[in-house]
Design a protein around this ligand. Structure first.
Ligand code: ATP
Ligand code: MG
Length: 559
């Protein structure tokens, strides 16, 4: 699997071309777009693509982008989601200013317009059940059947629709349908449902309404009310566009928005359906919407992914009209690039093995200098204590190494980063035969990491001082799914059983837990890490944002 990034032509795509052509033709005074989430879950990386597109176009062409909550289904929508969506759009770096709207603000107008459709014999109340409506809708090859209630009089329809609103009927007893064409080649035009009865409390309108507009009825009209010029949505709405246009044409709307469709983001090893994400949370497969394994913005944020990396990612993948699947390696590439540039370097040992430097004086401690960023001198330096007892990474020692193992083993010499050359004398084992300590000597002439006689070593290893380092918990995350194309229908079977490894006795240099910076850091030779929101100096907890290299794709590629 290739992780080579494909660079899209900077800032150009077919939607921007359309917008430019509309401006050139003088069709609009101002470009208005909108990002229209339904507040029934947290935003994910797919939404980031839509946000960057809608807010990006508004910015580039001097228009504005509305944040509009498509809150037409009160049974699934919650204030928590409204709040998280606002926080996440801001975190990603976009701002709607004063332009935050709710489809529910338009319920009264939408209702009046629906009465208008009834008066024009363009809508009717249908008493059929949901099942009957579905069964008579026809198929791609067969036309649908007219409802027996299709030819009700305007008066009867108005009376029934008003009584639906007044709460006289139970859920599902009746619907309002547009009267279009049951034989249309486009199933969306076969008398689509405009209103359904739902006795449910709405986060914003409370118990005022017991009928709610369908997505198709609410969406385009909300666009028109807001003066949206380009209503950009994903490809699955392409077949809905004739209905979108029909409603705009028949209703006395104040403007005429047009809908354009682009391909939604799909990522390998990832599911971006809100239904699945909700299930993952509800069934406890993850620790919540912001679990760092989740593809949600809240999860990516908690994992330490910088918003700039997400913006760069969506820029690189571009905007196209054909569906495709993007390699998650491309997202990881963007994260590494950004963090490599911005993250300060530190030393941490995730699985510690004790080293005793036999010829280093007991009780002596010296301070060595370490650079914070190899490419950015302005990031400065810091001091690290060095003494007789240290920790190194367990993996960096092998008692009986294979040929190509260049790190520490009995008789070999290696460099400890920022410190000295050390040479291994022997390994100490416990009763079970496990190595518990490594005895070494150091060469005092190699202070800073270079030998005056010019001799070389094949490895440079990170380490922390035993006495001064702090114990920390490090959570190492891997892909949530083990399958490159997980099944949305049966996602539990595709979960990666090794998506989280918790290391409870990692050792980190003190500067990692001191200070108040919550920026991600590079733990040298390990990857990028960030303080978890549960972090306290007394109980430091870190999340791994990402490893240094793309080992996952390779490992999986092999199997
Ligand atoms: P789901 O189908 O999983 O419930 P949704 O697409 O219905 O998600 P919305 O809240 O309606 O979720 O989405 C808000 C906007 O984000 C819509 O315009 C939608 O087209 C867009 N969007 C959602 N998922 C993606 C994606 N994977 N890639 C690009 N845009 C997306
Ligand atoms: Mg939706």
């Amino acid at each position: 699997m290739s992780t080579e990034p494909v660079v899209a032509e900077a800032g150009r795509d077919f939607i921007r071309d359309i917008v430019q052509a509309d401006l050139d033709a003088g069709r609009y005074k101002e470009i208005v777009t909108r990002f229209p989430p339904e507040p029934n879950g947290y935003l994910h990386i797919g939404h980031a693509k839509s946000i960057a597109l809608n807010f990006g176009i508004a910015q580039e062409f001097g228009g504005h982008c509305n944040l509009r909550f498509d809150d037409t289904n009160p049974t699934k929508e919650e204030q928590e989601y409204i709040d998280s969506i606002q926080a996440d759009v801001h975190w990603l770096g976009f701002d709607w200013g004063k332009n935050v709207f709710y489809a529910s603000d338009y319920f009264e107008r939408l209702y009046e317009w629906a009465e208008g459709l009834i008066r024009g014999s363009l809508a009717y109340v249908d008493d059929q059940s949901q099942e009957e409506i579905r069964a008579t809708r026809g198929t791609l090859t067969e036309p649908g059947k007219n409802s027996p209630f299709r030819d009700r009089s305007v008066e009867e329809n108005l009376d029934l629709f008003r009584r639906m609103r007044a709460g006289e009927f139970p859920n599902g007893a009746r619907v309002l349908r547009a009267k279009i064409d049951m034989a249309s080649g486009n199933i969306n035009l076969r008398d689509p449902v405009l209103y359904r009865i739902l006795h449910a409390h709405h986060p914003r309108t409370g118990n005022k309404w017991c009928i709610y507009p369908s997505y198709d009825y609410a969406h385009g009209q909300s666009d028109a009310i807001e003066g949206v010029t380009h209503s950009i949505c994903t490809l699955e709405f392409e077949d809905h566009r004739p209905l979108y246009d029909w409603l705009i044409e028949k209703l006395p709307v104040p403007s005429r928005p047009r809908q354009y469709e682009f391909a939604r983001l799909n990522l390998t090893y990832t599911l971006l359906s809100k239904r699945v994400l909700t299930q993952l949370v509800r069934d406890g497969h993850v620790a919540g919407w912001d679990d760092p394994r989740m593809p949600t913005m809240a999860g990516l944020k908690r994992r330490g992914v910088p918003p700039a990396a997400i913006r760069e990612f969506v820029k690189r993948i571009g905007v196209a009209k054909a569906n495709s699947v993007v390699d998650v390696g491309m997202l990881e590439f963007c994260i590494r690039e950004e963090l490599n540039r911005t993250a300060q370097r530190r030393m941490a040992v995730l699985r510690p093995l004790k080293v005793v430097i036999e010829n280093y004086p007991e009780g002596q401690v010296e301070e060595l200098e370490a650079v914070n960023h190899p490419d950015d001198p302005s990031a400065g330096t810091r001091k690290i204590a060095f003494g007789r007892e240290l920790y190194i990474e367990r993996d960096d020692f092998m008692e009986n190494p294979p040929k190509k193992f260049f790190r520490l083993s009995p008789g070999t010499e290696v460099r400890l980063r920022y410190a000295y050359f050390i040479k291994c004398r022997e390994a100490i084992k416990n009763a079970a035969g496990e190595v518990v300590e490594v005895r070494c000597t150091y060469d005092p002439a190699t202070r800073g990491g270079n030998a005056p006689d010019g001799r070389k070593v094949k490895a440079t290893m990170h380490w922390v001082p035993a006495a001064q380092s702090r114990v920390a918990e490090v959570r190492v995350y891997n892909q949530l799914f083990a399958n490159p194309s997980p099944s949305a229908a049966n996602f539990a079977a595709d979960l990666n059983p090794e998506s989280l490894e918790v290391l409870r006795d990692a050792r980190v240099e003190p500067s990692i837990v001191e200070g108040s910076s919550n920026e991600p850091m590079q733990f040298e030779r390990q990857g990028y890490f960030v303080r978890d929101r549960a972090f306290t100096p007394e109980r430091p907890v870190f999340n791994r944002t990402i490893g240094l290299r793309d080992t996952f794709a390779k490992e999986v590629g092999k199997g």
